[in-house]
Design a binder for this molecule. Structure first.
Ligand code: IMP
Length: 173
Protein backbone atom coordinates (compact mmCIF):
# COMPACT_ATOMS: atom_id res chain seq x y z
CA UNK A 1 0.00 0.00 0.00
CA UNK A 2 1.41 3.37 -1.01
CA UNK A 3 0.33 6.78 0.19
CA UNK A 4 1.92 9.26 -2.15
CA UNK A 5 2.22 13.01 -1.75
CA UNK A 6 -0.89 14.85 -0.64
CA UNK A 7 -3.57 15.27 -3.28
CA UNK A 8 -5.03 18.01 -1.09
CA UNK A 9 -2.74 19.56 1.51
CA UNK A 10 -3.64 20.60 5.06
CA UNK A 11 -3.49 24.24 3.94
CA UNK A 12 -5.78 23.69 0.96
CA UNK A 13 -8.30 21.79 3.08
CA UNK A 14 -8.28 24.27 5.95
CA UNK A 15 -8.61 27.21 3.54
CA UNK A 16 -11.60 25.60 1.86
CA UNK A 17 -13.25 24.70 5.18
CA UNK A 18 -13.09 28.37 6.26
CA UNK A 19 -14.49 29.48 2.90
CA UNK A 20 -17.43 27.05 3.19
CA UNK A 21 -18.07 28.02 6.82
CA UNK A 22 -18.19 31.71 5.87
CA UNK A 23 -20.74 31.08 3.11
CA UNK A 24 -22.85 28.88 5.41
CA UNK A 25 -22.68 31.49 8.22
CA UNK A 26 -23.92 34.15 5.81
CA UNK A 27 -26.70 31.95 4.36
CA UNK A 28 -28.07 31.00 7.78
CA UNK A 29 -27.75 34.39 9.45
CA UNK A 30 -30.59 34.87 11.96
CA UNK A 31 -31.42 31.17 11.97
CA UNK A 32 -30.47 28.24 14.14
CA UNK A 33 -28.94 25.17 12.55
CA UNK A 34 -29.14 21.47 13.18
CA UNK A 35 -25.81 20.30 11.77
CA UNK A 36 -25.74 16.55 11.17
CA UNK A 37 -22.41 14.82 10.55
CA UNK A 38 -22.33 11.50 8.72
CA UNK A 39 -19.93 9.13 10.47
CA UNK A 40 -17.42 7.91 10.30
CA UNK A 41 -16.02 9.65 7.21
CA UNK A 42 -17.11 13.21 7.97
CA UNK A 43 -15.82 13.36 11.55
CA UNK A 44 -12.78 15.54 10.81
CA UNK A 45 -14.40 17.77 8.21
CA UNK A 46 -17.45 18.20 10.44
CA UNK A 47 -15.49 19.28 13.49
CA UNK A 48 -13.37 21.76 11.51
CA UNK A 49 -16.43 23.11 9.69
CA UNK A 50 -18.69 23.67 12.71
CA UNK A 51 -16.00 25.42 14.72
CA UNK A 52 -15.80 28.00 11.92
CA UNK A 53 -19.55 28.54 11.50
CA UNK A 54 -20.85 31.59 13.33
CA UNK A 55 -24.56 30.84 13.78
CA UNK A 56 -26.11 29.06 16.76
CA UNK A 57 -26.46 25.34 16.22
CA UNK A 58 -27.21 21.96 17.63
CA UNK A 59 -25.05 19.13 16.41
CA UNK A 60 -25.90 15.50 15.91
CA UNK A 61 -24.48 12.49 14.10
CA UNK A 62 -25.67 9.50 12.21
CA UNK A 63 -23.63 6.47 11.23
CA UNK A 64 -24.02 4.96 7.79
CA UNK A 65 -21.99 2.85 5.39
CA UNK A 66 -22.25 1.68 1.81
CA UNK A 67 -18.70 0.91 0.76
CA UNK A 68 -16.92 -2.41 0.60
CA UNK A 69 -13.19 -1.84 -0.12
CA UNK A 70 -13.16 0.76 -2.90
CA UNK A 71 -16.63 0.13 -4.38
CA UNK A 72 -20.04 1.31 -3.29
CA UNK A 73 -22.33 -1.68 -2.91
CA UNK A 74 -25.30 0.56 -3.68
CA UNK A 75 -27.04 -0.41 -0.46
CA UNK A 76 -27.00 2.03 2.43
CA UNK A 77 -26.75 0.70 5.96
CA UNK A 78 -27.92 3.03 8.71
CA UNK A 79 -26.08 1.89 11.83
CA UNK A 80 -27.20 4.73 14.11
CA UNK A 81 -29.77 7.48 13.65
CA UNK A 82 -29.74 11.04 15.01
CA UNK A 83 -31.66 11.60 18.24
CA UNK A 84 -32.68 15.21 17.52
CA UNK A 85 -36.12 16.23 16.35
CA UNK A 86 -35.97 17.28 12.72
CA UNK A 87 -39.44 18.78 12.31
CA UNK A 88 -39.28 22.55 11.79
CA UNK A 89 -35.46 22.71 12.02
CA UNK A 90 -32.93 23.97 9.49
CA UNK A 91 -30.89 20.84 8.84
CA UNK A 92 -27.41 20.87 7.32
CA UNK A 93 -26.23 17.39 6.40
CA UNK A 94 -22.42 17.17 6.32
CA UNK A 95 -20.71 14.46 4.27
CA UNK A 96 -17.06 13.72 3.48
CA UNK A 97 -17.43 12.75 -0.19
CA UNK A 98 -20.21 12.26 -2.72
CA UNK A 99 -19.59 9.52 -5.24
CA UNK A 100 -22.68 7.86 -6.78
CA UNK A 101 -24.83 10.03 -4.48
CA UNK A 102 -26.90 6.97 -3.49
CA UNK A 103 -26.02 7.22 0.22
CA UNK A 104 -26.89 10.89 0.47
CA UNK A 105 -30.04 10.43 -1.55
CA UNK A 106 -31.21 7.77 0.87
CA UNK A 107 -30.37 9.88 3.95
CA UNK A 108 -31.85 13.00 2.40
CA UNK A 109 -35.18 11.31 1.77
CA UNK A 110 -35.19 9.85 5.25
CA UNK A 111 -34.70 13.31 6.82
CA UNK A 112 -37.13 15.04 4.44
CA UNK A 113 -39.78 12.57 5.62
CA UNK A 114 -39.39 14.11 9.11
CA UNK A 115 -40.53 17.53 7.88
CA UNK A 116 -37.57 19.88 8.41
CA UNK A 117 -37.96 23.65 7.80
CA UNK A 118 -35.09 23.24 5.30
CA UNK A 119 -32.50 20.66 4.38
CA UNK A 120 -29.17 21.43 2.72
CA UNK A 121 -26.13 19.31 2.01
CA UNK A 122 -22.47 20.17 2.44
CA UNK A 123 -19.75 17.84 1.15
CA UNK A 124 -16.00 18.39 1.17
CA UNK A 125 -15.37 16.34 -1.98
CA UNK A 126 -17.48 15.65 -5.04
CA UNK A 127 -16.72 12.93 -7.64
CA UNK A 128 -19.34 14.36 -9.96
CA UNK A 129 -18.49 12.09 -12.91
CA UNK A 130 -19.64 9.03 -10.92
CA UNK A 131 -23.07 10.34 -9.98
CA UNK A 132 -26.04 7.96 -10.26
CA UNK A 133 -28.58 9.76 -8.05
CA UNK A 134 -29.93 13.13 -9.11
CA UNK A 135 -29.04 15.07 -6.00
CA UNK A 136 -28.16 18.71 -5.37
CA UNK A 137 -25.12 19.39 -3.22
CA UNK A 138 -25.55 22.91 -1.85
CA UNK A 139 -22.00 23.43 -0.58
CA UNK A 140 -19.05 21.64 -2.23
CA UNK A 141 -15.41 21.97 -1.21
CA UNK A 142 -13.55 20.38 -4.13
CA UNK A 143 -14.71 18.62 -7.26
CA UNK A 144 -12.27 15.74 -7.80
CA UNK A 145 -11.65 13.17 -10.56
CA UNK A 146 -12.63 9.50 -10.26
CA UNK A 147 -9.88 8.41 -7.86
CA UNK A 148 -10.13 6.62 -4.56
CA UNK A 149 -8.87 8.97 -1.87
CA UNK A 150 -8.00 8.49 1.80
CA UNK A 151 -7.19 10.72 4.77
CA UNK A 152 -8.94 13.56 6.61
CA UNK A 153 -11.63 11.11 7.74
CA UNK A 154 -11.74 9.05 4.54
CA UNK A 155 -10.73 5.40 4.78
CA UNK A 156 -9.72 2.28 2.96
CA UNK A 157 -10.93 -0.64 5.09
CA UNK A 158 -11.12 1.73 8.04
CA UNK A 159 -7.48 2.84 7.81
CA UNK A 160 -5.87 6.25 7.07
CA UNK A 161 -8.74 8.29 8.53
CA UNK A 162 -6.30 10.08 10.85
CA UNK A 163 -4.15 11.63 8.08
CA UNK A 164 -4.53 15.43 8.25
CA UNK A 165 -4.36 15.65 4.43
CA UNK A 166 -5.96 13.73 1.53
CA UNK A 167 -4.04 11.31 -0.71
CA UNK A 168 -4.91 9.13 -3.68
CA UNK A 169 -4.97 5.53 -2.54
CA UNK A 170 -2.93 3.05 -4.58
CA UNK A 171 -2.87 -0.65 -3.87
CA UNK A 172 0.62 -2.16 -4.15
CA UNK A 173 0.88 -4.40 -7.20
P1 IMP B 1 -21.93 7.19 -2.60
O1 IMP B 1 -23.18 6.65 -1.98
O2 IMP B 1 -21.52 6.35 -3.78
O3 IMP B 1 -22.05 8.65 -2.97
O4 IMP B 1 -20.75 6.99 -1.58
C1 IMP B 1 -20.48 7.90 -0.58
C2 IMP B 1 -19.67 7.26 0.51
O5 IMP B 1 -18.73 6.33 -0.03
C3 IMP B 1 -18.84 8.28 1.25
O6 IMP B 1 -19.51 8.74 2.39
C4 IMP B 1 -17.58 7.51 1.63
O7 IMP B 1 -17.77 6.86 2.85
C5 IMP B 1 -17.45 6.47 0.54
N1 IMP B 1 -16.49 6.89 -0.51
C6 IMP B 1 -16.76 7.26 -1.77
N2 IMP B 1 -15.64 7.56 -2.45
C7 IMP B 1 -14.63 7.38 -1.57
C8 IMP B 1 -13.19 7.55 -1.67
O8 IMP B 1 -12.62 7.95 -2.70
N3 IMP B 1 -12.49 7.27 -0.54
C9 IMP B 1 -13.07 6.86 0.62
N4 IMP B 1 -14.39 6.69 0.75
C10 IMP B 1 -15.17 6.95 -0.34
Amino acid sequence: MVIGKPFLTVEQIQGKVKELANIISRDYEGKELLAVGILKGAFMFFSDLVRNIRVPMHIDFLVSSSYVKTQSNGKVNLHADIRSTVQGRHVLLVEDIVDTGLSLNYLRHMLLGRDPASLKICALLDKKSRRKADIQIDYVGFEIPDRFVVGYGLDFEDRYRNLPYISVFKEKT
